[in-house]
Every structure is written in structure tokens, then in C-alpha cells.
Design a binder for this molecule. Structure first.
Ligand code: FNR
Length: 370
């Protein structure tokens, strides 16, 4: 039988009730710039779980304070952070969804104001900080970026350990899926891409050297993340910079094979973010879907060993369903449409005539949520 949007998916020993995932989306909503989850984070995750999504993923959650995109980003660098997230994971699970966390470090794209305050880079005097990256070249903003420092071996050890510690805490907080963020021009992508990785040590240069640190991080997380719990990695399949030496789909295919060998269950395939000159083909429906498909087709890893998540411009139930039906992806990852409609999955069930596959919460039953 053909799989569709409402076919469950078992990864390791964790079963997702359907193929819809809430894409990680920064909420910039920590009150005191302390990285602690607030009521806002609870409602963001809880309402999408009530809406029926099979997986509800947190925003990029910083493994150390320097790794926040904005000072208001969520973090998981202490036990206090673990405690602040426990209520959300429990509630998400009670709704039948699987709680997931994106573990992240923003590298040289850290220390920016939140979007509704302009999104500009923040100097240390304005609440920003020195960022760390493979290079000491700051991100080429139009405004002055805060200083960037090229990471030493000691920094690499610290950040690798921070990812592993964050994974341990995420497990304590009740998350069942962890995703390592290696996309969108943030730290791990900065190591992968020759655009940003100009190092001359063991962590820069040829493909093997550029993937070394991201792979070490994935391995460190896999070591502490139990075998029964799925591990995802988000990549940018391409830098969208055809005019220069950059990260390409062919390299993504080779990297996919390597993360699969390292025990990653699903590759979440996004694109871009490394440099402002990127040439985004279009922002229309399913604008990035083809990249997931290309990585899957090129990759030697068996599809049952490395599943593919597609993201970008998925806005309708039909589109999400056809992705799975046509084996273009195993998981439909829906971002902005979930901001417009927290009940995306319940509405999809109605539209596709699959109401029997989802549970409308009894509290809302009489409101005819469909
Ligand atoms: C994002 N995106 C994003 N991606 C990521 O990997 N980690 C993150 O924390 C965020 N934060 C974020 C915030 C907001 C407000 C938006 C709109 C987007 C990117 C997001 O997960 C997704 O990849 C893109 O939005 C494309 O998917 P949609 O929105 O077209 O479904």
C-alpha cells in the first residue's frame, strides 16, 4: 500500500502518528534574554500539537549563549533550561504528538536584533557579543557586524561538548527527537561551506576536512542520544551561489551518506543562508522540495535507513500528501502555514477525507473544528 500523509512512520523505536512536522521557527520570546522557555513557547508548541501535527519541533535552541541568533532566543545550556521545557514536552506528548528539539549554534550569524526590532547585527555595547565561526571574517551585513573570532581547537572542543550536553538535557526535558541544525549559514553550515570555511587546519580545505567538525558534532550527539530516539540533521542542500566555489547538492549527497553512517535517521533538507548574494530560484509552492529528492536519489544510504524531510513552501494538504505518496519525501515539514493555521493537520484530514485518522480534542469537539 502507498504511504500517505496519514501513514505512521517508525524511526528507530519512535512512531510518528502522521507525516506532518512543525518546522523549527524562532519565536524571539525569552523574557530576560536568559534563553528560558516562557508561556509563549508553551502555547506555540502546545497549540500545534492540539492541531494534530505528528512532530512538533522547537525553534533553534542554542547549545550555548554565544550561539543565539538574537538575545531573546531559546537556549538549553543549563538544568534551569531543561526544567523550563518539561511542561511543553509533556503536553505535546499528551496530545499524541512527538516532541522534538532543534539543537543549534548560530556561529557568525549570532547576535542580531529580533526581526520586529530591525534584525540588525548587535555590537557588544548594544547587547550583542563577539561571535565565533570557522573564520574571523564577519557575515557581510550592510551594517557593521559584531566582531567574529575564528574558533581555536579549544573552542571546537567546547562547542562539541555543548551540543552533547544539550542533547542530554533535551532527553531529560522529555524530547524524543533531536535535530542538529547544520543549515542556513549558521555555525555547522559555516564549516561545511567553502564560502565561509577558509581554515587551513584539519577542519578546513577539502570536503573531508570541512565536514569533519559537523560530523564530530553529530557523532557526539548520537553518542548520548539513545538508539531508540530518532536523530535528524537539517542541511542546506545548496548555498545557491553558482558563481563561486560553494556548497552544492553533490556535496550534500556525500554528506548525507556520512551522516547516515553516523546513525542519523532523517535528513531535513532546506537550502541557502550562507551569504547575502545567494540566488534563490523562487519562493513559490514547494520551492525547495526538489533538493530533498535529488539528495535521496543520489545517496547510497538505503531509504529506510535515511529518511528525507522536505521543507519550503508546503502550504496545502494536497501538496503535503502528494510528497509522501510520490516518495519525494517521508516527512512534510511545514513552517509558516503552521503560523497561519495551528490546526493544519486536522484541516488536512478533513480536506483529504481522513477524519478517522486524527483525534479532535474532546474539549473542542462541539466547535466543529473542521
Ligand atoms: C524560520 N526558519 C527556521 N529554520 C530553522 O532551521 N530553525 C529556526 O529556528 C527557524 N526559525 C524561523 C522562524 C520563522 C519565523 C520562520 C518563518 C522561519 C525556517 C523554517 O523552519 C522553514 O525552513 C522555512 O520557513 C521554509 O518553510 P515554509 O515556511 O515555507 O513552510
Amino acid at each position: 500500500m502507498t504511504d500517505d500523509l496519514f501513514t505512521s512512520l517508525t524511526l528507530s523505536e519512535t512512531t510518528l502518528p502522521n507525516r506532518v512536522m512543525v518546522s523549527p521557527m524562532c519565536q524571539y520570546s525569552c523574557d530576560d534574554r536568559d534563553g528560558l522557555a516562557t508561556d509563549w513557547h508553551f502555547q506555540h508548541l502546545a497549540s500545534r500539537a492540539v492541531g494534530g501535527a505528528g512532530v512538533v519541533m522547537t525553534e533553534a535552541t542554542a547549545v550555548e549563549p554565544r550561539g543565539r541568533i538574537s538575545p531573546e532566543d531559546l537556549g538549553i545550556w543549563s538544568e534551569e533550561h531543561t526544567d523550563a521545557l518539561e511542561g511543553s514536552t509533556e503536553f505535546v506528548r499528551e496530545q499524541g504528538s512527538v516532541p522534538a528539539i532543534q539543537l543549534a549554534h548560530a556561529g557568525r550569524k549570532a547576535a542580531t536584533a529580533r526581526p520586529w526590532e530591525g534584525g540588525d547585527p548587535l555590537q557588544p555595547d548594544d547587547g550583542g557579543w563577539e561571535t565565533v565561526a570557522p573564520t574571523d571574517e564577519p557575515y557581510p551585513y550592510e551594517e557593521d557586524a559584531p566582531p567574529t573570532r575564528a574558533m581555536t581547537e579549544a573552542d571546537l572542543d567546547d562547542v562539541r561538548e555543548s551540543f552533547a550536553d544539550a542533547a542530554r538535557r533535551a532527553l531529560d526535558a522529555g524530547f524524543e527527537i533531536a535535530e542538529v541544525h547544520a543549515a542556513h549559514g549558521y555555525l555547522l553550515h559555516e564549516f561545511l561551506s567553502p564560502v565561509t570555511n577558509t581554515r587551513e587546519d584539519d577542519y578546513g580545505g577539502d570536503f573531508e576536512s570541512r565536514i569533519r567538525f559537523p560530523l564530530e558534532v553529530v557523532e557526539a550527539v548520537r553518542e548520548v542520544w539513545p538508539a531508540e530516539n530518532p536523530l535528524f540533521v537539517r542541511i542546506s542542500a545548496t548555498d545557491w551561489l553558482p558563481d563561486r566555489e560553494s556548497w552544492t547538492v553533490d556535496q550534500s549527497i556525500r554528506f548525507a551518506e556520512r551522516v547516515s553512517e553516523a546513525g542519523v535517521d532523517l535528513l531535513d533538507v532546506s537550502c541557502g543562508g550562507i551569504h547575502p548574494d545567494q540566488q534563490v530560484p523562487s519562493g513559490g509552492p514547494g520551492y525547495q522540495i526538489r533538493y530533498g529528492r535529488r539528495v535521496r536519489e543520489g545517496c547510497d544510504a538505503a531509504p529506510e535507513e535515511l529518511q528525507i524531510g522536505a521543507v519550503g513552501g508546503i502550504t496545502t494538504p494536497e501538496q503535503a500528501d502528494s510528497l509522501v505518496r510520490n516518495s519525494r519525501a517521508d516527512l512534510a515539514i511545514v513552517g509558516r502555514e503552521h503560523l497561519r493555521d495551528p490546526y493544519f493537520t486536522l484541516h488536512a484530514a478533513q480536506k483529504l477525507g481522513r477524519e478517522d485518522e486524527v483525534d479532535v480534542p474532546p474539549q473542542y469537539y462541539r466547535a466543529n473544528i473542521y
